[in-house]
Design a protein around this ligand. Structure first.
Ligand SMILES: *[C@@H]1O[C@H](CO)[C@@H](O)[C@H](O)[C@H]1NC(C)=O
Ligand SMILES: *[C@@H]1O[C@H](CO)[C@@H](O)[C@H](O)[C@H]1NC(C)=O
Ligand SMILES: *[C@@H]1O[C@H](CO)[C@@H](O)[C@H](O)[C@H]1NC(C)=O
Ligand SMILES: *[C@@H]1O[C@H](CO)[C@@H](O)[C@H](O)[C@H]1NC(C)=O
Ligand SMILES: *[C@@H]1O[C@H](CO)[C@@H](O)[C@H](O)[C@H]1NC(C)=O
Length: 231
């Protein structure tokens, strides 16, 4: 079957291409899943007010299991990686002894559910930047994996958030007002239409009534017509 589109012959992708693509992506997917993975979750950044305490999340995932997994957190300070903490995790069940090299840092993941998250107490503006969670599993030929979590530190007096809130609030308020206006308008329109219809009916009835009075003959008509008028 030939593919025609607007009179131009479109080159087709044969079924063999699709199959190759499918196999390729399956292999890629399988390879990708097999390696060690460090994850900071779906949202890899956090905006927090100075002085607050924040959780820097990180979990590891390994399909073949771990043995003496090395993990570390480091902070990118002026372009150089400063080690924040590190440890070896013997197995998925063990609770590691973590060495901490930076102040106000606490290891709270405790390797529960492959959790290697840390807590950063009383953050300052110097804590803002890229935090890297790194892992290496000897069981997987020392394959390295790392992921970055970005911390944004803001002054609580910042107006940007408030402005945004106001914008959102007014947008929502505006939306509601618009909706109400629309509904009022709709109701008003319906009301006017109903009134017009009523008037039309009245007009019709009146004219027919006039008709009746003028004619003064068709008594049966005169009796039946006023009935809808009183409705
Ligand atoms: C945050 O920083 C601002 C500006 O430097 C300062 O005035 C404020 O006290 C700080 N807040 C906390 C909780 O440290
Ligand atoms: C990074 O830069 C800031 C200001 O530029 C400085 O105060 C700080 O000491 C620097 N840190 C390192 C590790 O060089
Ligand atoms: C954080 O700040 C509070 C209040 O200023 C203080 O009591 C606490 O010891 C600080 N924690 C750390 C880990 O520095
Ligand atoms: C990791 O552990 C901390 C502290 O128990 C918890 O708050 C956090 O939700 C955990 N993260 C995940 C992904 O389980
Ligand atoms: C993993 O990283 C370390 C340095 O941190 C390096 O020596 C090693 O060769 C890397 N391994 C792989 C498999 O890339």
């Amino acid at each position: 079957m030939e593919v025609q589109w607007a009179g131009v012959e479109v080159p087709r992708m044969g079924p063999q291409h699709t199959a190759v693509g499918l196999i390729f992506s399956l292999l890629l997917g399988a390879w990708y899943v097999q390696g060690l993975e460090m994850s900071v979750g779906k949202i890899p950044f956090l905006q927090a007010v100075n002085g607050s305490t924040v959780l820097l999340p990180c979990t590891y995932l390994s399909c073949i299991g771990i043995k003496d997994l090395y993990f570390s957190w480091s902070f990118n300070e002026n372009g150089t990686m400063q080690k924040v903490c590190d440890s070896y995790i013997v197995s998925e069940e063990s609770k590691p002894e973590v060495s901490i090299y930076r102040e106000r840092v606490e290891f709270i993941g405790k390797n529960i559910d492959r959790n290697v998250s840390i807590l950063l107490w009383n953050i300052t503006f110097e804590d803002a930047g890229e935090w890297t969670c790194f892992g290496r599993n000897p069981k997987e030929k020392g394959r390295n994996h790392s992921t970055i979590f970005t911390l944004i530190v803001v002054d609580e007096l910042r107006v940007v958030d408030n402005t945004l809130t106001i914008i959102i609030a007014s947008a929502v308020g505006g939306g509601i007002a618009g909706l109400m206006a629309f509904m009022l308008l709709k109701n008003f329109t319906l009301f006017v239409l109903a009134k017009l219809e009523e008037k039309n009916k009245e007009c019709l009835v009146t004219s027919s009534g006039i008709d009746n009075t003028e004619n003064g003959l068709s008594g049966s008509k005169a009796d039946s017509k006023p009935t809808p008028k009183r409705k």
